[in-house]
Design a protein around this ligand. Structure first.
Ligand SMILES: [Zn+2]
Length: 362
């Protein structure tokens, strides 16, 4: 599995200006190389190299290897789409390979700029520290929200898979972001509080409708999505840990046929909820793969209408958004918990040979 590690750079003001200037020259050069190639009907590295290499060095002041990488950026784009001549953003990502960059210990990186090599301090968390030795080859220099980062792709072996005997079912939602079949609920309260606060601010800003207000709106949206991302990381980590600690797999709903289920559609109606929902699920899946925890997607139909105690399925079982009460056996339980238990048993059923299923044994 390939992961991207983010390392934040702490350049001085002077270094930041140098990095910015280098990125600008690099991207202008990549745009130039793409245009020359595009107009000449050439899309490969050697052919564009022949036409542009010396101009890139003279016109844009790039080092030899930077010129090669700028052409590479254009070629990479053409590999995805030959029909468009790209114009790269001035502060778009810049590739740094081993000839342009080297780590000096674990807290400094040497980066080649238009003015020569600069030693730039960097910071990162414990997670990145543990995987530092895997960072080889190339990284991308990225400018995001005024901060410089290095993005490094690393290959991590998937965890040794456990063949689970049992499953932890997980029901994803909006009110409760996730509920598992052990009864643990990860509420969306903190997320909802932040969202409400931001909605208020947003309304006020929208009324003002000035340029400053628009800028601020953008910043709020980013802040909110960062917060939700953080929450999703925490929740998915807890879910995967709970499954791993008990040698269980994880059952989730298969949402490829989402239209068949009205309640999911309702969950997804909120656009904000829609992407966040998908993100939480994606986080659960990749963390599970890393931990060697098996994830099984189950048929989502009627998971919220079926009694997890006796199996009776009826629309009226679901009293309200939050409450489930079986019309057959009178079992009363929170609706999300009930759904999570159904998902767990479906995941288990999906993994067992038919002869072991109750009622089907010969
Ligand atoms: Zn029942």
């Amino acid at each position: 599995m390939v992961l991207t590690l983010q390392l934040r750079l702490l350049p001085t003001a002077k270094q930041a200006a140098q990095l910015r200037a280098t990125m600008r020259a690099f991207n202008a050069a990549a745009t130039y190389a793409a245009r020359v190639g595009f107009e000449a009907g050439l899309r490969s590295q050697p052919s564009i190299h022949r036409l542009t290499y010396y101009q890139l060095r003279e016109k844009f002041g790039l080092s030899s290897q930077m010129a090669v990488r700028a052409i590479g950026k254009a070629v990479e784009y053409f590999a995805r789409d030959k029909t468009v001549c790209p114009v790269f953003r001035p502060d778009g990502a810049m590739t740094y390979d081993e000839r342009l960059m080297s780590f000096k210990g674990m807290d400094t990186v040497s980066l080649l700029t238009l003015d020569g090599r600069e030693l730039v301090p960097l910071i990162y968390g414990e997670y990145q520290r543990q995987r530092f030795d895997r960072m080889k080859g190339q990284v991308d220099l990225v400018l995001r929200d005024g901060q410089f980062y290095l993005y490094a792709s690393i290959t991590v072996p998937d965890g040794a898979p456990i063949e689970p005997a049992d499953f932890l079912g997980v029901d994803l939602g909006i009110v409760n972001l996730a509920t598992d079949s052990d009864g643990t609920t990860h509420t969306g309260e903190a997320v909802e509080r932040v969202r409400r606060k931001h909605t208020k601010q947003r309304r006020a800003l929208q009324r003002r409708n000035t340029r400053g207000a628009k800028k601020k709106l953008k910043r709020i949206a980013k802040k909110e999505s960062r917060f939700r991302r953080h929450e999703n990381h925490c929740i998915s980590k807890q879910i995967v840990q709970a499954a791993k600690d008990t040698a269980r797999g994880i059952g989730v709903e298969d949402l490829t046929h989402i239209r068949e289920r009205a309640t999911v559609r309702r969950k997804q109606r909120n656009r904000q909820g829609g992407w966040a929902f998908a993100q939480l699920r994606a986080f659960v899946e990749y963390k599970a793969a890393l931990a060697g925890v098996r994830v099984v997607a189950v048929d989502p139909r009627n998971t919220s209408r079926t009694c997890s105690q006796c199996g009776h399925c009826e629309k009226g079982n679901r009293k309200s958004q939050a409450e489930f009460r079986c019309l057959h056996c009178d079992h009363s339980i929170s609706a999300d918990f009930n759904a999570a238990r159904n998902i767990a048993s479906r995941a288990q059923a999906a993994c067992k040979p038919a002869s072991e299923l109750p009622g089907l044994a010969a």
